[in-house]
Design a protein around this ligand. Sequence first.
Ligand code: A2P
Length: 282
Amino acid sequence: MKEFTLSNGVKIPAIGFGTWIAVKEDPGIVSKAIEEGYRLIDTAAFYDNEEQIGDSLMHCNVARNELFLTSKVWKTKLGYQSCIRSFEKSLLNLKTDYLDLFLIHWPKNNLETDQWKEEDLETWRAMEELYQQGKVRAIGLSNFYPHHMIPLLEQVKIKPMVNQIEFHPGYTQKYVVDFCKEHNIIVEAWSPLGRAAVLSDRTVCEIAEKYGRTPAQICLRFIYQNGLVSLPKASSKIRMHQNLEIFDFEISEEDMSILHTMPQTGWSGEHPDRQPLVDLGW
Ligand code: A2P
């Protein structure tokens, strides 16, 4: 598995397994993903699946230190004490004594609050402490845009190493990615296949045919060539396997530019400062 290196030297697999909803549908899905070769498992307190994932990890044949385990503190638990408590609960549920990566899931508890900057900073103090105590190997953010990151970056001791955002052909949020690159923050792509909506897009399909690959592989290779970690979900072992087979071909610069400039498609409708356009159950 190819890796990227975070700003603190920690290596992160270039592809991880996304678990939102997936574990509810199939409690054994993480065991299957590990058998297929996934080493990064991405969960969150909000996904309400950490206990099942913990069971899968306990019974898998891969050593804990070969896995890269991510969880996140939910937006209703922002603040120093509640972040620490959420972290400890995640450890307990996942049956582990450390996390590889811990993220603030969402920058604002609700759209009306004018306290989010202070709350993010307090939460970050807890993250820094957990990191300094060696309970987590890297810390970061999720769904933060530059205007959420700037006030935080001005005050932190330890800079975030990761920011996880929605990213796929048809929704690349270039200004967020450019900001993160400038600040040495590795971006992770959630919904890298646009929840399958991108897979029937004409441009993606044409490029897939040209390279003799599937549309999913084109999305994931595009993301990898952009220097991002991707976190695809898939229910079958065949798809899980297919989604890892992206390191033996290269998309040309010309085709990368076509994918970069295709019309917006497959956006979830989620924006941290706006009401969601579609109810995803958050
Ligand atoms: P399924 O769960 O039935 O395997 P995202 O990761 O962007 O949220 O997208 C997940 C969606 O993409 C799911 O609907 C999943 O279907 C589908 N999917 C995942 N991998 C593939 C693939 N290789 N080919 C086609 N569809 C895929």
